[in-house]
Design a protein around this ligand. Structure first.
Ligand code: C2E
Ligand code: MG
Ligand code: MG
Length: 707
């Protein structure tokens, strides 16, 4: 670039003239001796004329260049631009400061920048390219080298200069800038939202500099964030008013800053609102009026993590987050407080809407599982609601985010406890229940101290003969009225307070005593010897992790004189991966000595065929959720697959929670070995079970109707 380029445009016979005295050299002689490079190209892109400077730059005699395609002489990087430029010139479009580089054999150090002019004469069109050979860095290089985009324009709004950086941001696909600065005015947008345009007033030179941070979408569709400064000034030599726009590309800086802000308020993995921010949003929403909170937790996520690894599990979380964003209505704030927990806040006075949102969330989880891991993943949801002041029933409400979220979490835990894959709402019943949980843990402790934990034993029945082939010992405590309290209501409290190991100890002791009693009873009855029922115990993961697992069980059974081959160790499928390495050896030793090993709640923990095969397992207890499945659902398919898997592994299958004849018929059709459920027998007190088993041992009739 030199000082002021002449305004681009055709040079006609009426245009700039050649003035010379009679004794002056001819224009041809001047051209030949000119230090500047001059090349004239015809409309068909052939070289029509060339001076010595240009020929020596190209390293060939002028005669060898004349008539050749001009494209051979152009710097390879500029070929596209040159073709576009000539195209435009031919169709009469003028552009700002057109320039291309000419060079020898692709040697970029010998490049010269040429300024093109159009020359029309006698109906023909030529392009005159001229430029100065500058062995050192020229102003153009300098302008390009600073890494800042520069655009200059004059009072008429005509762009007089621009560098490559600016052209890459604001030019067309060939980095060609428009001729008028007004054409740039509509190119800018909000740096964070390309769809919202920011119109700049560029034609008024004004008298003060101004700065903006704006977005600009380049021809490739990429958004760049630029710090833009527009500054009017006066040219040093000509004194003409001009304006200069400097553009600094701050895209990565801007993104880093945005990430910093978002890291403080959002979750790294999903980009959803994080816990702190979610609380602030809920607090603000409560101040505005009624709001509902939905707290959700993917069911058995721990197993998924164990089984598929963190990367796959993260993929599921991410997809679930995406599904939530896509399917929940506008106005919802979606957060991920941590792990596999998600939270949604929705300002609504309509209670029914929360139930609908809970269903939407459950559908989203299902889709996310299928799309990522090809699994039917389920989610449990807890909801809570506040009027922002007073609840409809007149109860004092808890109008702060922490309390509301805690209540939704409490409801979530109830949804989990009552079978997962469902939504539960926090209501006044739960409010009293919350106090009950603490009371419950205290009651368990009291029962343990006094050795008053009991067992109820539920029959396991062969559905083809009605024979009681086994039983499951289920832990029970009694409430203040002396009623037995089912394990489902307090086992979680015992687990949370670290009491579960002590519960297991008392249950194993009672079970050993039961097995011994079954033997004695049988001997006393004088009946013909038949197989006595085997009794299952549920062992928690902390019990299974006991280093003395086998010695301890052998000792307890031995102390009661109970044979080990009548004990079934039930391991929930969800703790299966956790205990796999730690307890496998102890279980193997126990099995060698006759004990049975069952996987409990099979189907919910996604254990693979290989994993089950590697453990000394002989019984699969298919979870109740699959037994109650409607025909044609994925649950029914899992039921089928579980029973087939049992057969393939040569394991006995037990279907849990059979309540209706229809379920039993289906199971019989699918070839189940044993059933356990209210239909064939509710849990009985230990001595009642001994009687019941004696009556139904060896019976050959239809299914028992003991209820
Ligand atoms: P589980 O091992 O799957 O036991 C079966 C549960 O399903 C029992 O509930 C039983 O009463 C219930 N059930 C049986 N048939 C039906 C039916 O037809 N319909 C319905 N709706 N339910 C049925 P329970 O006794 O409340 O035990 C719940 C869970 O607590 C057990 O599930 C087991 O995981 C755990 N548990 C029970 N006793 C102990 C124990 O001594 N130690 C440990 N660690 N966990 C225990
Ligand atoms: Mg069990
Ligand atoms: Mg079970």
């Amino acid at each position: 670039m030199t000082a002021e380029p002449p305004p681009p445009g055709p040079v006609s016979a009426d245009g700039p003239a050649w003035a010379a005295g009679t004794d002056a050299p001819t224009p041809g002689e001047v051209l030949a001796n000119l230090g500047d490079v001059v090349v004239v190209i015809a409309a068909d892109l052939r070289v029509a004329a060339i001076n010595d400077a240009a020929a020596s730059l190209l390293g060939e005699p002028p005669g060898a260049i004349i008539g050749r395609s001009a494209l051979d002489l152009i710097h390879p990087d500029d070929l596209d631009e040159a073709v576009a430029l000539l195209d435009r010139y031919q169709s009469g479009v003028e552009i700002a400061r057109p320039s291309i580089r000419l060079n020898r054999g692709g040697d970029p150090t010998l490049a010269v920048e040429l300024i093109a002019r159009r020359l029309e004469r006698d109906g023909g069109t030529w392009f005159v390219f001229s430029g100065r050979v500058e062995p050192t860095l020229n102003t153009e290089d300098l302008m390009d080298g600073v890494g800042v985009g520069i655009v200059m324009w004059d009072e008429s709004g005509t762009i007089t200069e621009s560098n490559r950086t600016a052209a890459a941001l604001l030019g067309d696909e060939h980095s060609v800038m428009p001729r008028r600065v007004q054409d740039l005015a509509g190119r800018f947008c909000d740096p964070d939202d390309p769809s919202s345009a920011r119109h700049l007033l560029l034609d008024d030179l004004g008298d003060r500099a101004h700065r903006h941070r704006l977005g600009v979408v380049d021809v490739h569709g990429d958004l760049h964030v630029v710090d833009l400064e527009i500054r009017p000034f006066r040219m040093r030599y000509s004194g003409r008013s001009t304006a200069l726009m400097a553009l600094r590309d701050v895209t990565s800086e801007h993104a880093a800053r945005a990430a910093l802000i978002s890291r403080a308020t959002s979750d790294d993995l999903t980009g959803l609102t994080n816990r702190g921010e979610f609380m602030s949003v809920v607090d603000a929403a409560i101040a505005d009026g009624p709001v509902g909170v939905l707290y959700c937790d993917l069911d058995r996520f721990k197993s998924i993590n164990e089984r598929y690894g963190h990367v796959e599990a993260d993929r599921l979380l991410l997809e679930f987050a995406r599904e939530l964003v896509d399917s929940l209505p506008a106005g919802c704030t979606i957060g991920r407080p941590g792990g596999d927990e998600f939270a949604v806040a929705f300002p609504t006075a309509d209670f029914a809407e929360l139930a609908e949102l809970a269903e939407t969330i459950r559908d989203a989880a299902r889709r996310a599982g299928l799309q990522t891991l090809h699994l039917t993943t389920t989610v449990s949801v807890g909801t809570s609601w506040t009027s922002g002041g007073q609840e409809p029933d007149g109860n004092a409400d808890s109008p702060n985010a922490a309390a509301l979220v805690e209540e939704a979490d409490e409801a979530l835990r109830r949804a989990k406890r009552t079978g997962r894959d469902r939504a539960a709402h926090f209501d006044s019943v739960m409010r009293s229940w919350r106090t009950d949980q603490t009371a419950m843990a205290a009651a368990v402790r009291e029962h343990l101290d006094a050795g008053r934990v009991e067992i109820a034993v539920q029959p396991v029945v062969d559905p083809r003969t009605g024979r009681v082939s086994g039983g499951e010992a289920l832990a029970r405590i009694r409430d203040a009225e002396g009623q037995l309290v089912p394990a489902a209501l307090w086992i979680e409290a015992a687990t949370r307070t670290g009491l579960i190991g002590a519960v297991d100890e008392q249950v194993v002791d009672l079970t050993a005593s039961l097995i011994a009693e079954l033997h004695r009873h049988h001997d006393r009855s004088g009946r013909p010897p038949v197989d006595l029922p085997v009794i299952g115990v549920n062992l928690s993961d902390s019990t299974l992790a006991r280093p003395d697992l086998d010695d301890w069980l052998l000792e307890v059974l031995g102390s009661h004189g109970a044979p080990l081959d009548h004990l079934v160790i039930e391991i929930p499928e969800t703790v299966f991966p956790v205990i796999r390495d730690r307890s496998a050896e102890a279980l193997r030793r126990l099995k060698e000595r006759g004990a049975w090993v069952a996987i409990d709640d099979f189907g919910v923990g996604y254990a693979s065929l290989a994993e089950v095969r590697d453990l000394p397992v002989d019984t699969l207890k298919v979870d109740r959720s699959f037994v109650v499945a409607e025909p044609g659902t994925t649950h029914e398919a899992i039921l089928r697959a579980s029973l087939e898997m049992a057969r393939a592994l040569e394991c006995r299958s037990v279907a849990e929670g059979v309540e209706t004849d229809r379920q039993l018929d289906l199971l019989l059709g699918l070839g189940v070995d044993y059933v356990q459920g209210y239909l064939t027998g509710r849990p009985l007190a230990a001595d009642a079970f001994v009687e019941h088993a004696a009556e139904h041992t060896g019976v050959v009739s239809g299914p028992t109707q003991a209820r």
